[in-house]
Design a protein around this ligand. Structure first.
Ligand code: BDR
Ligand code: CA
Length: 324
């Protein structure tokens, strides 16, 4: 039986790859996608998400728009050295695939999360790969929602690796209060996939070529999105002609947990210091007295990830999905 999941995204290029993976893998049942302000403004993350689902022939998967800003601030924290993840254009550019024909649901993302988790008859996996504003707001409305969630798998944070500032990773930094709410909500299982792991699972231009040659909608789009990332990351990662595709490591983990290696640690987020705001403070001390609240990925397997992308994206598109 396939695993019911909800993806929470700020669609940019790597979110798009994660959405396609979740929508097309036979072991996953993507029951809905919630969008949030992040890589690009909410209107664009929602439009991009609709584009991706239409492009791969899954307009049946509903899209729900969420928060347009962080939960406790009027906007992102200020940062002297704010830099963007190279593969995602912070100026609201649309993904290089046709405009959507589908439209988002009238129901908002937070309402969808609350109603779906309250009425769930089987456990649901939450996979947030953007700022955690939607998830935190749903928890503020009903903290018991954690009981309907078997695992929350988050792309975010960084211990030895950061990107948006010298201290922080973008998703956590963009809404640090939301991140702390989610980390302390008491989920039964919380897996955190930080940059320390995603930068080990680089996808190469050779893999993009193979994806493109498959001539499937997902293969063509994945090649296009990841090539954009490779161009943008050029010269900044350990392997030439390669780039991290952060968010898809989370969805790949759901079907092949061995794609990452984890350590159980206590993780919390700095929400105050101008210098380190948004930093995930991971207690790696051997004799820490803090109870772990997350399984944190520090290793990832680039070949296994590439094989999974090729396996899922090069399959001939199946018959049109039945309307939900
Ligand atoms: C995260 O930020 C965004 O740029 C990506 O979509 C990813 O979710 C990486 O820091
Ligand atoms: Ca993202």
């Amino acid at each position: 039986m396939s695993r019911k999941i909800i993806l929470d995204v700020d669609t940019g290029t790597d979110d798009a790859v994660a959405i396609m993976f979740a929508a097309l893998h036979p072991d996953l049942d993507l029951i809905g996608v919630t969008t949030v302000n992040g890589n690009v403004p909410l209107e664009n993350t929602t439009d991009n998400t609709l584009r991706v689902l239409d492009w791969i022939g899954r307009p049946d998967i509903p899209v729900f728009a969420g928060l347009a800003r962080p939960i406790a601030r009027l906007g992102f924290p200020s940062a002297k050295h704010f830099e963007r993840d190279s593969g995602d254009d912070p100026h609201g550019s649309a993904l290089p695939i046709p405009e959507p024909r589908s439209v988002r649901q009238d129901t908002g993302a937070v309402e969808f999360l609350v109603e779906t988790l309250r009425s769930a008859t089987e456990q649901i996996t939450l996979v947030p790969v953007g700022p955690l504003s939607n998830i935190a707001t749903a928890l503020a409305i009903d903290p018991s929602l954690t009981e309907a969630v078997d695992e929350v798998v988050i792309m975010g944070g960084g211990h030895a690796v950061t990107n948006v500032t010298a201290s922080a990773e973008f998703n956590i930094w963009a809404d640090p209060e939301a991140a702390n709410m989610v980390l302390s909500a008491g989920f039964g299982r919380l897996t955190l996939v930080p940059l320390d792991a995603t930068y080990q699972a680089l996808i190469t231009r050779d893999t993009c070529t193979a994806l493109e040659e498959s001539a499937t909608p997902a293969g063509i789009a994945a090649s296009r999105f990841i090539s954009l990332r490779i161009d943008a990351y050029d010269g900044t990662v350990a392997v030439d002609d390669a780039a991290p595709v952060h968010d898809v490591v989370c969805t790949a983990y759901l079907v092949r947990p061995e794609v990452i290696t984890t350590r159980s640690l206590h993780v919390t987020v700095d929400t105050t210091s101008p210098l380190t705001i948004g930093r995930t403070v991971m207690d790696t001390r051997l004799k820490s007295t803090q109870k772990p609240n997350a399984d944190v990925a520090f290793g990832a397997d680039p070949q296994l990830l590439a094989d999974l992308l090729l396996d899922v994206f090069t399959r001939p598109p199946s018959a049109p999905a039945t309307e939900r």
